[in-house]
Design a protein around this ligand. Structure first.
Ligand code: BJ8
Length: 389
């Protein structure tokens, strides 16, 4: 059997189906047991502290074009669509996760998000973690203090005491999730690709609002085993002329249909993502042996290879590893309009991919609308033609 691209399992759960299911579960948990919910938007937020407080972390909406007009009533139009969509979902009351959140936790990553959280705080209690933008020893020590302040906020908000042991237990559990996620995403290393990148990305993104960590870990393990079994039976040893792509840049949930699905339907396989919905955040675990769990968390989270860090050499190092280990033939970088940090950093990424790795590179600047779909299709098609496989 030849691998034909967008190959999805029969019981594939779309992003909106997973979102809907999670929302109903959240409503049930709220009504039946008064569950506490903490909504957030970013990989820099140490979810271990939220779990340790007894609350449940959930990723808030931020990928729909529909909520952007509501946001533009209060925010400038020339802001990243992710920021506008996030605020739009909150202000128009169309993000059920925001509605059910007892607390929102933001972070000072990029300027637009940082200032948007001030407006969001008018709608709901929004706590902002101050993020240093370098990885120096002083920055790690500073972020450790920020984690302790966030812990104090949660204790105060929910009237609980968070012990070190509770934090250690949450670290163990979240590391287990990282291992399961990594194994799932490493199925992309197999040749030919056993699964569509559309599925890989959807499952990871949908996990951000999955409430039950144990069942999420279980579901990842089950799907990983099924993918490997299917590959052994049907694809192993078979040739494939489908280019293997790495997708990097801004979070791409809002452009998944337009770019991810489109390029796979044109005959490529996305085998790995270098973004917050990809493998990079699973590669480093939180050090469970560190006697200071807050220091261990600070060390781990400050390694997040986001372009808001300066310098951000770790991103290139990790991409180097991904390109080699996932046998990548070409790189697509997705930049959301007005995202200055990723846009500027694209200079280094492009040079690295073209000059050091000698691979084709395509940079697509886009938003969440479908207005540029035709133009993007033409560019994707032309890009695939440059890949020699
Ligand atoms: S850790 S990638 S989730 S900040 S795309 S809002 S940077 S202007 S989303 Fe991100 Fe955390 Fe980094 Fe990940 Fe600003 Fe850029 Fe918009 Fe962005």
């Amino acid at each position: 059997m030849k691998h034909t691209g967008l190959k999805l399992p029969e019981n594939f759960e779309t992003y909106s189906e997973a979102r809907q299911k999670s929302f109903l579960r959240m409503k049930q948990l709220k009504e039946e047991s008064g569950a506490k919910i903490v909504g957030g938007f970013c990989s820099f937020i140490p979810k271990e502290i939220i779990y340790a407080s007894g609350a449940l972390p959930v990723g808030l909406c931020g990928s729909s074009e529909e909520t952007i007009p509501a946001a533009e009533a209060n925010l400038p139009r020339n802001l990243c669509p992710l920021i506008k969509s996030s605020y739009g979902g909150a202000v128009s009351d169309t993000c059920p996760f925001f509605y059910f959140s007892d607390l929102v936790v933001g972070e000072t990553t990029c300027d637009g998000k940082m200032k948007m959280f001030e407006l969001m705080n008018e709608l709901k209690d929004t706590y902002v973690m101050q993020l240093p933008h370098s990885r120096s020893e002083e920055s790690i020590a500073y972020f450790r203090q920020e984690i302790l302040k966030f812990k104090a906020k949660l204790e105060d908000k929910f009237g609980v005491t968070i012990t070190d042991e509770m934090v250690r237990e949450a670290i163990r559990k979240c590391n287990e999730e990282r291992r399961a996620l990594r194994a799932f995403l490493e199925t992309g290393m197999l040749q030919p690709a056993p699964v569509s990148g559309y599925e890989l990305g959807t499952k990871v993104d949908a996990g951000s609002f999955s409430l039950d960590l144990d069942s999420r870990i279980e579901s990842l393990k089950e799907r990983t085993a099924a993918i490997v079994e299917d590959w052994e039976a049907n694809y192993k040893g078979k040739p494939s002329d489908r280019p293997r792509l790495l997708v990097t840049g801004c979070p791409n949930t809002g452009a998944r249909e337009k770019i991810i699905r489109a390029v796979e339907e044109m005959g490529a396989d996305i085998v790995v993502y270098d973004n917050c919905g990809g493998i990079r955040n699973t590669l480093d675990l939180v050090d469970e042996t560190n006697p200071d769990p807050y220091r261990a968390l600070a060390e781990k989270y400050m390694k997040t290879n986001c372009s808001v860090m300066s310098p951000n050499e770790g991103r290139i190092e990790y991409m180097d590893w991904m390109i080699d280990n996932f046998h990548v033939d070409g790189v697509i970088e997705i930049i959301l309009q007005s995202c200055h940090t990723y846009d500027v950093e694209a200079y280094y990424i492009k040079n690295f991919v073209i000059r050091k790795k000698c691979l084709p590179y395509l940079n697509i600047e886009t938003d969440f609308s479908m207005s540029d779909k035709g133009q993007i299709n033409t560019r994707l098609q032309a890009f695939l033609e440059t890949i020699d496989r």
